[in-house]
Design a protein around this ligand. Sequence first.
Ligand code: CDM
Ligand code: ATP
Length: 316
Amino acid sequence: MRLYTLLAAAKINLYLEILGDRCDGFHELVMVMQSISLADRVTVRGLNMPMIQLRCDHPQVPTDATNLAYRAAMLLQEKFPDVANKSGGVEITIDKRIPVGAGLAGGSSNGAAALVGLNLLWDLGLTQMELQELGAELGSDVPFCVMGGTAIATGRGEELDPLTGLDSLWVVLAKFETLSVATPWAYKTYRQQFHPTYISASDQSTLAERQARIHSGPMVSAISAKDGAAIGRHLYNDLEKVVLPTHPEVSQLRDAMAAYGGLGTLMTGSGPTIFTLAETQTEAEVIQTQVRSQLAHPSLKFWVAQFSPTGIRLVD
Ligand SMILES: C[C@](O)(CO)[C@H](O)COP(=O)(O)OP(=O)(O)OC[C@H]1O[C@@H](n2ccc(N)nc2=O)[C@H](O)[C@@H]1O
Ligand SMILES: Nc1ncnc2c1ncn2[C@@H]1O[C@H](COP(=O)(O)OP(=O)(O)OP(=O)(O)O)[C@@H](O)[C@H]1O
């Protein structure tokens, strides 16, 4: 039976601004997203029986129909019943390296890898754009995980404009192993505390006002200029306003990371992972060692990764 193995990259948010509250229950965003080399390994293998099987030995990852990779397979079977039935079933195996519930889009990236892998396994012939559109039905971060690299993401996160990124940068990531943040909680709490403007899709004046309030320009210019120091200066995430006050230990971790140099420090997505950017691998490793020895917390885990130009990558 045919088998494809894919690397599914984590993402960090270099910029996340909440522009408003939408009528579909989501928030209108402007983000700058970046793939990094920290990745899960996802294997899709053809089965003779018409079934979906999912294996993952990480205790926090479901292996049923709530897993985003499983949902990706169900979505393709539903959209292309003839092809999927003729081709048989699939066994999806996830070797988890990306921490779970960390703001690094691990589940979304697994969903994206399943879409890319099954497109090959079932000879569906879908383009990357078609895979991104299907990905949007699974979750807001999935289209970016399919595209990878560096991109501006708008709408609820699914409208993407690729940027030429700065692949040489390094990143130190730190997360308390025992703490996860649920994305719906972070957005709901932001809505309750900050009352973002209500955005109606048909209200053009609100759209104009909204565009006037976007502050992502300096970050996009810094990326276009491939200026690592400026990228570090313009890191921004509105969700820090709710996650950091609720979790003082994450706030303390952020302060410690920022104190040891690097180009800049931020919480990614809905957290609670904190990252610091660095020019070189050596600089990243020094920051990691210093923060680890200062905080010396048994459940604090670190990763060093590099910016990556790809999201989902086929490996031998
Ligand atoms: C925090 C980020 O990871 C930053 O990239 C994303 O915005 C979240 O993306 P995601 O996990 O793929 O989110 P989804 O699975 O689409 O939505 C999870 C929940 O997050 C909230 N949500 C998500 C995206 C968005 N633009 N507005 C929202 O309010 C909604 O409550 C939604 O029910
Ligand atoms: N393949 C998967 N890997 C990890 N978690 C998954 C997966 N599929 C579904 N989940 C569920 O999604 C929840 C969030 O996990 P995930 O690691 O994707 O969070 P996250 O990195 O904060 O996501 P995001 O940054 O997209 O908001 C988990 O607690 C788990 O129940």
